[in-house]
Design a protein around this ligand. Structure first.
Ligand code: MSP
Length: 587
């Protein structure tokens, strides 16, 4: 089971929601490609004071507001092709009845009891703070900045204190339960301050699940919400087949809710006598121009902007940006349209797209689109490139990276293979071989290595670029059967000589967008991969070269790019020489 948090229906969807869902989606797709039986859950969190107040303002029932806004989230998930298996709503009857059953169980075991509480309450977050924490925050909400209010309530409490040592032990001894490790250290510090029992019912509003046996109280939204992970698979019912998906293998979310997922949630599960999730991953935040995105600043990358980016760069193109530049670890990440353009241009157009189009075009041109024999004579023509072991090493690294949710590292493994393919073409000069009748066999072998290496790169990228890889599969068969596992797909030699190959053009060159997702005027555009200030636009006359010269220009370009990627600059003699050759070719 893989999950996203269930999203508040009182909020408008933005990049944070889409990002978390995309990360979980990539992981779910990766696991499905490993032939795992995945149950991917997402949904909406619909109870609480804020929803009640928003509905009141609009003079509609809270359920109507929840229906409307839940639908928006469902549409966003579908539009972004998030491959969820179930969408749970906390107002679903299947959820509310099971939450009551679980709370009843906790009442019976004494893990939930009725008691009096006085403390500092953050109305916006619907959260109580301890005296120490409230003082630290100057008695103001760390999220909204609004003053906390002193509240006294008779409440039902969850005996969190009873689980203090077990939760501490869980966090302290496991490196994999909560990741990244920075989160673990933060929470451990907080847990070391001591765990107090937490109120899990409210009487100041009614829009919630009634407390079993005491309808004056509604169940606290966080307890209600956390239980979605087990109600969706019928853990409180008898004989539900989906119970096999518990414990979840991965809860994905952002850092602000790690306390609830890695402290409260395991303690509740311990009290319910249920196994704990295997991993909670709490990534960083998307920020904008170095500042937190918030309602008050009005600086969210909202749906309108997001849709412009994914329409322009394609869903896969934009997913690639999210996967490679997103705040997957402890650090926050700045959303920048210039980076979307750079990443798309460098990795997808100039590397993956260009290499695929060159090699498939050569196969069409020199072999009428029929994949040549592979040849095993590595000593003669491969000049030290042991393609099988290069690809096996990178494929293993990609699998390791996906397992650890290091999405960027998985893409880098694929990009390293592709950059090597480009270098290999530069060195072996297939366009020269094509002119020599004695070199036909070598030419075929060179092309086979390139296409097979590209096939493996594509299989690595599939969880991130599902649509593009499907498109690629139509021109260059990437696997024999859809049911072949990723493990099988990543084995060297999957391409069968004699297969029909057609020319592929996967990623078109695109104009950059500004921060609001509008196409930039030509004079405001900077060259795709440079930081230099934009030049005044000139009318550009595209030169047309012979296929051989164009191939040499492409190869030389790839060589220069790979030199720069390995840290060299224009001041290096080697780069200067390569640039000189490129200029001569273009002259
Ligand atoms: N309803 C609770 C979750 C209950 S789960 C049992 C909630 N919902 S939320 O709508 O506020 O969504 C929070 C989630 O949205 C975060 O955990 C994160 O996944 C995502 N993000 C919200 N803002 C974000 C950023 N600025 N950046 C990245 N993701 C963030 O909390």
């Amino acid at each position: 089971m893989v999950t996203t948090p269930i999203y508040y229906v009182n909020d408008k969807p933005h990049i944070g929601h889409v990002y978390t869902s995309t990360v979980a989606d990539i992981y779910a797709r990766y696991k499905r490609l490993q032939n795992m039986d995945v149950f991917f859950l997402t949904g909406t969190d619909e109870h609480g004071l804020k929803v009640e107040q928003s509905a009141e303002k609009r003079q509609i029932p809270p359920q109507a507001l929840a229906d409307e806004n839940s639908l928006v989230f469902q549409e966003v998930m579908k539009a972004n092709e998030i491959s969820f298996d179930d969408f749970i709503r906390t107002t679903d009857e299947r959820h509310t009845t099971q939450v009551q059953a679980f709370v009843e169980k906790l009442l019976k075991s004494g893990d939930v009891y009725l008691g009096k509480f006085e403390g500092w309450y953050d109305e916006g977050q619907e959260e109580y703070y301890t005296e120490t924490k409230a003082k630290e925050c100057n008695y103001e909400s760390p999220i909204s900045g609004k003053p906390m209010v002193r509240m006294e309530e008779e409440n039902y409490y969850f005996k969190l204190s009873k689980y203090e040592s077990k939760v501490k032990e869980l966090l302290a001894t496991s490196d994999s339960f909560l990741t990244p490790k920075e989160r673990k250290n933060e929470l451990l510090q907080r847990v070391n301050d001591g765990l107090n029992d937490v109120p899990i019912s409210r009487t100041n509003f009614t829009w919630g699940i009634p407390m079993p046996g005491d309808e004056q109280h509604v169940i606290y939204v966080w307890i209600d919400a956390l239980m979605n992970y087990i109600t969706a698979i019928g853990m409180a019912k008898d004989g539900e087949a989906k119970q096999k998906y518990w414990p979840a293998s991965m809860h994905v979310m952002a850092k602000e809710i790690s306390w609830f997922h890695a402290v409260i949630w395991p303690a509740v599960l311990m009290a319910l006598d249920l196994p704990l999730p295997m991993r909670v991953h709490a990534h960083g935040f998307w920020i904008r121009e170095g500042r937190k995105m918030s309602k008050s600043l009005g600086n969210f990358v909202d749906l309108t902007v997001l849709n412009k980016f994914s329409t322009h760069y394609g869903l896969d193109g934009f997913r690639y940006y999210l996967a490679t530049e997103g705040p997957i670890g402890a650090q926050d990440a700045n959303f920048a349209s210039s980076r979307v353009q750079e990443v798309y241009g460098t990795d997808l157009v100039n590397t993956f797209g260009n290499s695929t189009s060159r090699t498939t075009a050569m196969c069409v041109k020199y072999f009428d689109g029929v994949l040549p024999e592979k040849s095993d004579d590595t000593s003669k023509i491969f000049k030290g490139y042991d393609w099988k072991s290069i690809c096996e090493k990178e494929a293993a690294e990609a699998v390791r990276a996906y397992e650890n949710l290091e999405l960027n590292k998985a893409t880098q493994a694929a990009m390293r293979i592709i950059t090597k393919v480009d270098l290999f073409i530069t060195e072996t000069e297939p366009f020269r071989m094509a002119k020599d009748p004695n070199e036909q066999e070598n030419l075929g072998a060179v092309l086979y290595q390139c296409l097979e290496a590209l096939r493996i790169s594509a299989c690595i990228l599939e969880p991130i670029l599902p649509n593009k890889i499907k498109e690629m599969h139509a021109g260059l068969p990437l696997y024999a059967n859809v049911s072949d596992s990723m493990g099988k797909r990543l084995v060297w030699g999957g391409l069968k000589p004699g297969t029909t190959v057609s020319k592929l053009a996967l990623f078109p060159r695109l104009d950059p967008l500004d921060e609001n997702g509008e196409i930039m005027k030509e004079e405001a555009q900077a060259p795709a991969t440079s930081n230099k200030p934009a030049k005044k636009s000139k009318t550009k006359v595209e030169k047309v070269y012979s296929p051989e010269t164009q191939a040499k220009i492409d190869a030389q370009g790839a060589l220069i790019r790979s030199m720069k990627e390995s840290g060299k600059t224009n001041d290096d003699a080697e780069v200067a020489e390569a640039v000189k050759i490129l200029k001569e070719l273009k002259a």
